[in-house]
Write a protein of this length. Structure first.
Length: 529
């Protein structure tokens, strides 16, 4: 399983970024790596901040107590010992675990630091797999730089906490999200979440597009007796594509890659894609980097019962401070992965048949697949033929459609990516990722104001925001559904209000439950539209 760059070249992710000439992208990659590298330091520093605030609280409490004992007068010292400790104080009611000098507190801090280091170790393995400097490499470089400065008696500033180029809270929260997604996709704890969403998608794929013994699309469908099945579709485009290659499934916004991997494990060729580097670094590692290579011929075999893949204990909830039942729950460890992701690495089936392919694209969905749009098609017939073969038989979206700043653009692209008879399988809510920043967008007030409205004020206030926030429209499911049918899809299955969680902490006092929509739509043949 390899990551492909948008141009189709196969490169490890790290190298892909290092060879990029685009300085903006390089800077972004640098910021992402910095967040990975500084994860434990950031969390430990944050925890030190809590300790500092508790010390302040205790000091204030002592001052107040002293004032009370002195009868409210700091200057006169009365000896009214009788009143001392009569009432509970802030200091006296704080649990020992929060008293900075207590052994329980020391023990807690030790546990907290160990948990953050456990996460850092996992993140370092991801960086190492992508040939990027780990947190330890960075520390070593810093120490070296510092000792060189001392050796030459240089006046150059040695790196100190104030000169280090720190990552941001926003970047660290993205790494925390990656850890939660790893739990969703690659742990036993995530099984319940996955089974609601992924199992339903895979079940629909296998019902509407089952594979025959040769790995092609089964022509004698058993799941349905009518024309709802892609196998019964007899259009030229579908049958040409069907007979020439194994069925291809796209999984856009594939996150940590489990859904794509599961579909591949059922025998379909799969192309996952995602635009988040935070996610891509981790998914590359989970899909490719967790295997333990079997020993060369003649050398000792892996002992019976021993694991043949690496597993990690991570603490995904360490960054949570709200709705936490106990410190232990916050620091609890989850083991990942729950299966050997590399066990499916197949290049060719033994009997010489083509094996399904698995690839991952790094990039923004609309950009990655824009070549399918008619306006971008070459006039050259051969190329068009190639493009037709490249088309997909199904597109599986899990919690993806609502990532669109412009849903109509997503839907038209999906439509053109599919062969006729191809399936759009969607499960998710309408959480619209690009909305909710300001009630008025530039232009909203312009129509009623002759002076150009308050666009520029809005833009000044929100200039840190991606442009996509400025064009996002939130559609209802009814409107989405309408657009899907108007594109040229027939909705063959639909269920609403299916409760589903997303990277939810089962032990938290707050759990977000979405009432999702599940839908299977089939692209109609042009003669039927
Ligand atoms: C809510 S997550 C869902 C992840 C996964 N499908 C799942 O169900 O766990 C959405 C994913 O889509 C990716 N994404 C969002 N917008 C995207 C875009 N325009 N192009 C490519 N990927 C995108 C995000 O990086 C993220 O990994």
């Amino acid at each position: 399983m390899e990551e492909e760059d948008a141009g189709g070249g196969r490169l490890p992710l790290g190298a892909q970024q290092q060879t990029s000439n685009d300085t903006e992208e390089e800077e972004h990659f640098h910021q992402v790596c910095k967040a990975y590298q500084q994860y434990a330091t950031f969390h430990q520093t944050k925890q030190q901040g809590v300790t500092r605030r508790i010390c302040q609280l205790i000091n204030t409490s002592r001052e107040q107590e002293e004032m009370l004992n002195n009868g409210g007068d700091n200057s006169t010292s009365t000896n009214n010992e009788d009143t001392q400790h009569q009432y509970p104080t802030i200091e006296s009611i704080l649990p020992p675990s929060l008293h900075p000098q207590s052994s329980t507190n020391q023990q807690y801090i030790k546990q907290y630091n160990e948990s953050s280091i456990r996460n850092q170790y996992y993140l370092d393995c991801i960086l190492q797999y992508s040939n990027v400097a780990t947190s330890q490499d960075v520390l070593r470089q810093r120490k070296q730089a510092s000792s060189q400065c001392h050796e030459v008696g240089s006046n150059t500033l040695t790196p100190t906490a104030s000169t280090i180029d720190w990552t941001t809270e926003d970047q660290i929260s993205k790494i925390d999200s990656v850890l939660k997604c790893v739990v969703r996709d690659w742990s036993l704890d995530g099984k319940e979440e996955r089974s609601v969403v992924y199992d339903r998608i895979i079940d629909a794929l296998e019902r509407y597009m089952p594979l025959n013994a040769d790995g092609g699309i089964d022509e004698k469908m058993t799941c349905c007796n009518d024309d709802k099945c892609i196998s019964n579709n007899t259009t030229d485009e579908a049958s040409e594509s069907k007979h020439q290659s194994l069925p291809r499934v796209a999984v856009p916004g594939s996150g940590l890659g489990r859904l794509a991997w599961e579909i591949y494990s059922r025998g379909y060729s799969v192309q996952g894609s995602d635009f988040s580097l935070h996610m891509l670094l981790a998914s590359d590692f989970m899909l490719n980097g967790c295997g333990i290579p079997s020993p060369p011929e003649g050398e000792e075999k892996i002992e019976e019962g021993r694991r043949s893949f690496k597993q990690f204990g991570i603490c995904p909830w360490i960054g949570e401070t709200k709705n936490v039942m106990s410190f232990e729950e916050r620091l609890r460890t989850v083991v990942v992965p729950d299966v050997d992701p590399t066990s499916l690495l197949v290049t060719e089936e033994e009997d010489g048949r083509d094996a399904p392919e698995f690839s991952m694209l790094a990039g923004e969905f609309l950009q990655l697949y824009s070549h399918f749009l008619p306006e971008n098609q070459s006039k050259d017939n051969d190329e068009q033929h190639l493009k037709a073969q490249d088309k997909f038989h199904a597109i599986a979206c899990s919690f993806f459609l609502d990532t669109a700043p412009s849903l109509p653009h997503y839907l038209l692209t999906i439509y053109h990516m599919l062969v006729e008879g191809g399936l759009l399988i969607n499960f998710g809510p309408l959480m619209y990722h690009w909305s909710g920043h300001g009630s008025l967008l530039p232009g909203d007030t312009d129509a009623s104001q002759s002076n150009g409205g308050n666009s520029s004020a809005y833009q000044r206030r929100n200039k840190h925001l991606d442009d996509r926030y400025l064009s996002s429209i939130d559609y209802t499911w009814e409107e989405v559904r309408y657009m899907i049918t108007q594109c040229g899809f027939e909705i063959v299955e639909e269920e609403t209000y299916i409760p589903a969680k997303y990277t939810s902490d089962n032990k938290s006092m707050m759990k977000v439950m979405y009432d999702c929509v599940f839908m299977v739509a089939r692209k109609k043949s042009r003669s039927n539209t």
